[in-house]
Design a protein around this ligand. Structure first.
Ligand SMILES: *Cc1c(COP(=O)(O)O)cnc(C)c1O
Length: 445
């Protein structure tokens, strides 16, 4: 039986129910809220441990795409987007494991969603051009505007680089990312423009939001976002949680417990969706850096966004986690949300100590973000928790060599895809942290 199609509504409640293709193209809902599915479907596909991540992804995403023009091409699209696995690797001691999400082209978990988004927007773009009444010469270019604290921009740039019909504009905070992250943001050129903004990530995010809600600008160009607020980032991330949880359950007969390093709550929100789809996920624990808005909220305080603090785990330097709105929407009220999740903050000194001792204690070398998750595992153990836990490894340590190598006392091998990116020349430009100069650059393509 064919499932009926799922529409998408806004967390703010002032957007009509929208079909998936339109929600993907729009990114942000017109009322300023975030798109969420009208209901979360149960995972019903057959599954076997012999399946690849791409095959699991097709099954997980099928109910959401039942009403999409991409429904029939979904398997091919997933095969291209998820062409690297997400291995679950045993760590030393107590049955714990590491979910390695860093085997993609820019060595961070954001590659999965960025590649899926690029594949789906490109397919929607060409199906639109193939529609009756449109000429193939229609010169429309979609501009993807991305504010990034480090890894999103590189993943989105890599996924859209040289794709006809798309241009990528990246805003990143100058001097707040690691040298290798900066190179990963600037190494593209062609249809990718990278701006080093003389301000913080919050400035970049505000500039992007202003541009995206500028009606005049949007009347003059097709502008969309690819930030973690975008539906096309959220849904594809559900796939690796589903695949991992099903594999874990097949092996151990138990639900998997996850510790997720968290900034904007995009990755963790996908874990929630996977659990809500009925996949075998037990507890979800969040690990933040010194930006502790979420830990304070989950401990019973108000939700009080703050200015971002710069930390060693810079891709989690977020003072106002944008996907919080989705979590609150799904849980109804604060009490239900607090009962479902806990969150712990990890400061820079602890990140350093955790990286320095991780080889001995866990048999791995973590990036600073993953180290936050590892420390939360160590805290749980210290409190007498004996359940097996899986820490989500969000980036490869070689991307943060300037932090990691002095602490571990040896060099970290660079994965081949990252090495290729580091070998290309850089193309960045400096931009003031103001709305007007960005507007001017957007219009001057
Ligand atoms: C983006 C990122 C995070 C935070 O993920 P959110 O979805 O924003 O919570 C953590 N670690 C790394 C390496 C990242 O790039």
């Amino acid at each position: 039986m064919m499932a009926s199609s799922i529409n998408f509504i806004s967390t703010r409640g002032n957007t009509p129910a929208t079909a998936i293709d339109d929600a993907l193209i729009a990114g942000l809902a017109p009322d300023g809220g975030l798109y969420v599915p009208e209901h979360i479907p149960a995972f019903e596909g057959e599954w076997s441990p012999a399946m690849t991540l791409a095959e699991t992804a097709t099954r997980v995403l099928a109910p959401y795409f039942a009403g999409s023009r991409l429904r029939d091409t979904l398997p091919a699209l997933c095969a291209r987007a998820y062409d690297f696995e997400a291995p679950l690797v045993a760590m030393r001691g107590d049955g714990d494991s590491l979910l390695e999400l860093f085997h993609g082209p820019t060595a961070a978990f954001k590659d999965y969603a960025a590649r899926f988004l690029a594949e789906s927007l490109a397919a929607l773009h060409s199906s639109k051009h193939g529609a009756p009444g449109r000429t193939l010469s229609t010169p429309d270019i979609t501009t993807i505007l991305v504010a990034t604290s480090g890894d999103t921009g590189a993943a989105v740039a890599g996924a859209f680089h040289l794709r006809p019909g798309f241009e990528v504009v990246i805003l990143y905070p100058d001097a707040r990312v690691s040298p290798r992250q900066a190179h990963g943001l600037e190494c593209w050129g062609d249809n990718v423009r990278t701006f080093r903004v003389t301000g913080s990530f919050d400035d970049c995010q505000r500039m992007a939001k202003t541009a995206l809600s500028d009606r005049d600008l949007r009347g003059r160009m097709a502008l969309t976002s690819a930030n973690s607020i975008s539906l096309g980032r959220l849904l594809p991330q559900v796939a690796y949680y589903a695949h991992t949880a099903l594999g874990f359950h097949a092996l151990h007969g138990e639900a998997i417990n996850l510790i997720v390093p968290t900034g904007n709550l995009g990755n963790a929100a996908a874990a929630f969706v996977a659990k809500a789809m009925g996949l075998p996920i037990g507890e979800i624990v969040l690990a933040t850096n010194a930006n502790d808005v979420l830990p304070r909220y989950f401990a019973g305080g108000d939700y009080a966004p703050e200015a971002t603090k710069a930390t060693l785990a810079n891709a989690m330097d977020v003072g106002a986690p944008s996907n919080f709105e989705r979590l609150r929407h799904w849980h109804g009220d604060d009490a239900a949300l607090r009962a479902a999740v806990s969150a712990h903050t990890v400061d820079d000194a602890t990140i350093r100590a955790t990286i320095a001792t991780a080889a001995e204690r866990h048999g791995i070398v973590p990036c600073p973000h993953t180290a936050c998750g590892l420390h939360v595992l160590e805290q749980l153990r210290a409190q007498g928790d004996s359940r097996p836990w899986t820490v989500v490894a969000t980036a490869h340590p070689a991307k943060f060599d300037s932090i990691v190598e002095p602490l571990v006392g040896h060099s970290v091998d660079v994965p081949p895809a990252l090495a290729a990116c580091l070998a290309r020349p850089a193309h960045g430009e400096t931009l003031a942290a103001d709305d007007a100069p960005l507007r001017e650059r957007l219009l001057s393509r």
